[in-house]
Ligand binder design. Sequence first.
Ligand code: SAM
Length: 212
Amino acid sequence: MINNNKSHKEWLEIHNRAARDYITSEWSREVLFGVGNKRKRLFSRATGNVLDMGCGYGINFPHLINATHITGIDFSPVMLEKAHETARRSKVPVELREGDAEALDFADNSFDTVISSLSTCSFFNPLAALQEMRRVCKSDGQILLIEHGRSTWNLLGLYQDHHAHQMIEQGGCRWNQEPQELIREAGIKIIRAERALLGIFHTITASPEKIG
Ligand SMILES: C[S@@+](CC[C@H](N)C(=O)[O-])C[C@H]1O[C@@H](n2cnc3c(N)ncnc32)[C@H](O)[C@@H]1O
C-alpha cells in the first residue's frame, strides 16, 4: 500500500476540494460502473441500528430500507452539507455527525450493521478505520462493504500503480489498494466477497468475528 505522507489537515483539505467533483460524477459511477445496483443489493440487507462510515453526501441512505436508525459519519463538512439534504428525504431517521472514522465516539458493540462504501481507499489510516468498524459493531452484527481497489487485470493494475500518487493528490484516493487484505488484517471475517469490473469493485459481507 502506498504510504500516506500527508498531515490530517492536508488530507481533509484534499477531500473537501474533491467533494464537489465526486458529487457531480454520480451518473458515471452509479449508472455506468453499476455501483448504484451494488448499493441497492447489499445495503437492503442492513438491519437495525446502522452506521454508515464515510457516508459522503448520503447516497446510501435510500437503500437502507430495513434500517430502524441510520448514523452517518464523515469528516468533510462539504459532503455533510449535501448529506443533510439527502437525510431530510429519508424515510428512516438519520443522524449525521462530523467526525473521524479512525477514532469513533461510540461505545463498543453499538450498531447492528456497519456499512461503508468506496471509503476505505479514502481513509487516512484505513486499518484504524476498519478496526473501529469492528469495535462498534455488535458481536452478532454484520459489516457490509463496497470497496474498490487494484484491478485483477494486470495491465490496468500497472496503470493504477503508475498513477497512484496522482490519485492521492487529486482525490485522496488509494486506488491500487487491496481492500480484502486490509479487512482481514483488521480482524474482520469476510463471509462473502464478489469482484466486478475487471476486479476493481468488491462487494463484501463480513462479520466482526468477536469472541464471546
Ligand atoms: C469516495 S467518498 C465515498 C462517499 C460515500 N460513502 C459513497 O459511497 O459515495 C469517501 C468519503 O470518506 C470520507 N472520509 C475520508 N476520510 C475520513 C475520515 N478519516 N473520517 C470520516 N470520513 C472520512 C470523505 O470525506 C468522503 O466523503
